[in-house]
Write a protein that binds this ligand. Structure first.
Ligand code: SF4
Length: 325
């Protein structure tokens, strides 16, 4: 029998988890992963995949185990083989290289990235200077820039704005990477508008619905959580942004982990409420692992915090649909 705590001892604080919804896989990631799985089923291994199909270690390892071979460059793929292009999109030069090598290409670029590519092509055709807000060197930014290299300048935040020059200040438009922080991007847009008062805006948001919804959800968690854990990989732009958004929204601490075993027990010191979410490329099986890890440490009360409903689904790439028919 356990003695009740002495009157002078403080009562233990309740331990709970606030679980964000929506979180994790978006429609573009779901489609890209399914594309590789269906290609493996249809044609058998090996199926080559240019670049990590989505930025998540677990997903990449699981597909490797099934026979996917990840390469960084098209010339690493044997002539005539099948290659899947990742969800982040590629420059037209990559399609040309693949055609030259006689590769059978299956393009798993997310349709929302393709939308930004089309905008870039259209504005370049109308001879605009395009200021592409995004992270220099990110796969998606490289792909979009490749659509109109002579017209696009990458703007990696407000600090880049002072150094920009354009040919005609009356013909300038901004576009953006799909996975940025919404608030930071608007700061950059405001700085651009101050510098170029006639700056045109894209017809609709470039930051995709999934990125926006996950950031809204993590902001909500940050209101009540003593610690926010985001499940995702370090090279996943939207996952890294979620940690930053949580901290900006007032979370006392926020960390990114690929797997439950990466959580440091010390992070839980004095923590009553843990906010848990995951980036758009992280599968829910990894979140389940974190929930189990937390339950073993007394955080076994889980409350879902819903800020949006998502029902978007993208059809498989047409190259694969044709074959499957
Ligand atoms: S994060 Fe957005 S743009 Fe990227 S794959 Fe998912 S839905 Fe598409």
């Amino acid at each position: 029998m356990t003695n009740p705590p002495a009157a002078s001892e403080p009562a233990a604080r309740p331990r709970r988890v606030l679980l964000a919804s929506p979180r994790g896989w978006c429609a573009g990631v779901d489609r890209a992963v399914l594309t590789v799985e269906k290609a493996l089923e249809q044609y058998g291994p090996p199926i080559y995949v240019r670049h990590e199909i989505v930025h998540n270690k677990h997903v990449v390892r699981t597909l490797q185990d099934k026979g996917a071979v990840f390469v960084e460059r098209t010339d690493e793929v044997p002539e005539g083989a099948i290659v899947v292009l990742s969800a982040h999109g590629v420059a037209p030069t990559v399609h040309a290289e693949a055609a030259e090598r006689g590769l059978a290409t299956i393009d798993a670029t997310c349709p929302l990235v393709t939308k930004v590519h089309r905008e870039a092509v259209r504005y370049a055709r109308e001879d605009y200077d395009i200021l592409l807000i995004g992270h220099e060197g990110h796969e998606e930014v490289i792909g979009t820039s490749g659509e109109a290299p002579d017209h696009i300048t990458v703007v990696d935040g407000p600090d880049d704005v002072a150094g920009l020059s354009v040919r005609d200040e009356s013909k300038v438009v901004w576009l953006s990477q799909t996975t940025l922080s919404v608030d930071e991007t608007m700061e950059t847009v405001d700085a651009l508008k101050e510098r170029f008062p006639n700056l045109a805006s894209p017809p609709s948001d470039d930051i995709c619905y999934a990125t926006q919804n996950r950031q809204t959800a993590v902001k909500k968690l940050a209101e009540d959580a003593d610690l926010v854990i985001v499940v995702g990989s370090r090279n996943s732009s939207n996952s890294v942004r979620m940690v930053e958004v949580a901290l900006d929204a007032g979370a006392p601490a926020a960390h990114l982990v690929d797997f439950a075993h990466e959580i440091d027990e010390a992070w839980l010191d004095g923590v009553s409420t843990v906010g848990l979410t995951s980036g758009a490329s992280a599968p829910d099986v990894l979140v389940d692992g974190v929930l189990r890890w937390l339950a073993e440490r007394g955080y076994d009360e889980v409350e879902t915090v819903t800020t949006a409903d998502e029902s978007i689904v993208f059809a498989l790439p047409h190259e694969l649909r044709r074959q499957l028919r």
